[in-house]
Design a protein around this ligand. Structure first.
Ligand SMILES: C[S@@+](CC[C@H](N)C(=O)[O-])C[C@H]1O[C@@H](n2cnc3c(N)ncnc32)[C@H](O)[C@@H]1O
Length: 259
């Protein structure tokens, strides 16, 4: 890895970085703190979960397809986790800044990058909500299955920030859990299919339905919005050539270009 230094949420411990992340704007949001605890606990098992989940693999493959071939320049991966997207992009990037709130996930990413002999990933342990990068310093901002954890107001702030970080012609491409709470026929079809799928698993599935219903209804940890809402966030932030696509069931893509 290019830098073994990880930035923590302690401003004093920030080390110099070619990305020059700005100072943290204030106290860490409670939402981000909860996500850190949750993902620190899950870090050791996340790659196993990914391997056992064909939907996640298809979502990642669609995201990579949307990013397209060719050199990528400077890339920022928001909510990079153990790095499945960062590691896939690094060979074509000048540099990847992998941002995640969970030190344990970051550690997994570092280990996997070292195992793969990849030296162009810099890992930054910081909430996405407080990431500040220089304007027009990035060619591609990506995120996979992370931004749905943010509150809606923070999603919009991050989209607006990403547009500032991007150089003209740069792109934001997001693959994520994209689902409303049942207001549209598309949402209802996805929710019904998911419930049927879980119920086929018997009592364990019933428990998962109840758990997911509570999590989604009260937006405790998952706060997904449908692809159309994402597209609106990007347009409001000034992105052009905005597009969306549903990938599998609840997974979707949104992208836009900074003109
Ligand atoms: C479902 S995992 C996805 C990880 C990775 N992008 C992938 O595709 O495997 C979600 C990741 O988002 C991170 N995350 C959640 N909320 C965050 C926040 N507010 N700031 C930074 N990272 C966050 C978690 O720590 C976790 O690593």
């Amino acid at each position: 890895m290019r830098s073994e230094t990880s930035h923590t949420t302690e401003p004093d411990s920030l080390a110099p970085s070619p990305w020059q992340p700005g100072p943290l704007p204030g106290p860490e949001p409670a939402v981000a703190r909860r996500q850190r605890r949750r993902w620190d606990r899950r870090a050791a098992h996340w790659q196993g979960h990914v391997a056992a989940n064909p939907g996640l693999s298809r979502s990642l493959a669609s995201l990579l397809k949307e990013i397209g071939p060719g050199p990528l320049g400077r890339v920022v991966d928001l909510g990079a986790g153990s790095g499945q997207l960062s590691l896939a992009l690094a060979p074509r990037a000048d540099q990847v800044l992998a941002v995640d709130v969970s030190p344990q996930m970051a550690e997994e990413l570092r280990r996997r990058a070292a195992d793969a002999g990849i030296e162009t990933i810099e890992v930054l342990v910081q909430p996405i909500e407080s990431l500040a990068l220089p304007p027009a310093s990035v060619d591609l901002v990506v995120s996979h299955y992370a931004l749905h954890h943010l509150r809606d107001a923070d999603k919009q702030l991050v989209v607006a920030a990403a547009r500032r970080w991007l150089r003209p012609g740069g792109r934001l491409v997001v693959g994520d859990l994209m689902l409303g709470r049942g207001a549209s026929p598309e949402d209802r079809a996805v929710i019904a299919a998911k419930v049927r799928q879980l119920l086929r698993r018997g009592p364990a599935g019933v428990w998962r339905v109840a758990k997911n219903a509570a999590r989604f209804t009260f937006r405790l940890q998952e706060r997904p919005v449908p692809p159309e809402t994402w597209a609106e966030f990007l347009r409001r932030a000034g992105f052009e050539a905005v597009g969306t696509r549903r990938v599998v069931q609840e997974a979707g893509l949104v992208w836009g270009t900074r003109s």
